[in-house]
Ligand binder design. Sequence first.
Ligand code: F6R
Length: 599
Amino acid sequence: MCGIIAYIGYRPALPILLDGLKKLEYRGYDSAGFSVMGEKELVTVKRKGRISELEKAVDSSATASKIGIAHTRWATHGEPNEINAHPHLSCDGSIVIVHNGIIENYSVLKELLISEGHRFTSETDSEVIVHLIEKFYRGNLESAVVAALENVEGTYGLAVLHRSENKIVVARKGSPMVIGLGQNETIIASDAVAIVAHTKKVVYLNDNEIAVINGTECIVRKLDGSMITPEIQEIRWTAGQIEKRGFKHFMLKEIFEQPEAILNTLRGRIKDNRVKLSLSVDFDRVKRILLTACGTSWHSALIGKIYFEKYAGIPAEVDYASEFRYRQGIIDENVLVVVISQSGETADTLAALRKAKTAGAQVIGIVNAVGSTIAREVNSGIYLHAGPEIGVASTKAFVCQTMALLLLSLWFRQEKRLPVSDAFIERLFQIPAQIGKILEDAPQITRIASEYSQKQNALYLGRGISFPVALEGALKLKEISYIHAEGYPAAEMKHGPIALIDENMPVVFLATNGQVFDKVMSNMQEVKARRGIILTVTDRENKLLNDLSNHIFYVPETDEDLSPLLNVIPLQLLAYEIADQKGLNVDKPRNLAKSVTVE
Ligand code: F6R
């Protein structure tokens, strides 16, 4: 979703801003713009479409400035066009802002400001902020921003410039802002990805905080005026990790990073065959577990439920964060809520977390992005350590979330003094190498993909622990290849989806050796009888299975409970290959954002 980058220091701002915008591209956007200080006036350039369009529009008046703000917009209020793109200017052109988030009371404010003589140019909610700041400006930008923010309801990550003040004012409520502290320069962004090439020392602004930055100094206050001593943190990953390193797309690179990513999730967390987690959980109070998340993270939650019930013996349920936040669910101090989020910034998941805390529940986070809002607001949690995920379609986060949930359920099991077998732990450590083996067979998927890339629909079927994997496979395909795909529990097919099956319908079966293997084969017979095209992912050599399948992809054999970690890999590769063969923008699929920071 929208991205912010701002710079103040001793170097020309524009190349840093444009480079930062490119680093933020992965979040999804439809227009972009920047404002820098020209000789006397602010120079603002905005364009619809890619950042390359913005680069083409740069002229010499913008190149010398050492201070500027820039933005990538993902339309919410008003269509994606040049006028609605940020930055937004005050009527007299002296103040300029970039904003992430949503101003809920913008229409009331807009009416009021218009009645007071302010002229609006865009359809955006954001523009009210700059007019409010203009209304309150009396020679001190910070005070004007504070006064303006007192009037707005909603969420914001905000960066503001005034043409006569050599400073940037930033503020945050519900939308992340990170301040990168370099040597005599400061780079501010909504995502550390845009900062890490310049400095690893960062301050994560908290909600209701405002910072004034003049290049060498960064002063942070609460909006009520009280001073804060900002906590300086160190980014642990490198700029190299957000480069493609020879892969055609980030998604492909991230698929291939999964063996290492899983090892990183495991690292230091199992010693002498015991799971070691430092979590602050009052174990005796946990009578029920609620897992909540969105999208792919919700799929890992479905697997987590199976783990908690089986290994920890604790009743577990799964809820979409967007549903949980508005439902009158039964949550109290006896419930442990596990919130799962790759980005740690998903608005619905964050709201679910806050609701759970208000209800008195204990809360654990499973998060990838270090320092993200969810990571900071949970009582304790498990970082995935998967490294930055740039491709919009989540891949390595899914396997690492699944592994983290398994570790958590085993940790609970140990707390209950129940045994965890050494053989199971051994199998768990085999997973990275087994994923590596599947990746070696990727060319086989490329060949299969060419037969499916022109199809309009696909069905993904699995049972038990394979059902969430079927959902995830279908989600991957639809989001990047725009082929309509549905995941279903295999046995449910006969209650409806079977009507769809004919010689044009590809059906991907997850046929893992286990208690429902034969039953899944019966479902395959049903598809075959209706001339559906069957692609099977399996760990078991079986003649009938072979005869039923048009294509078959073998994964290494493991414990059935670990099979999602392997079965999902060919499904990720299949979606990737189909999208790539269709010539689509795999890393930035249409209409999607990497980090969904609005409702
Ligand atoms: C799908 C995908 C999304 C995210 C969802 C939640 O590939 O990436 O469905 O999983 O938007 O995002 P996080 O995990 O960042 O909360």
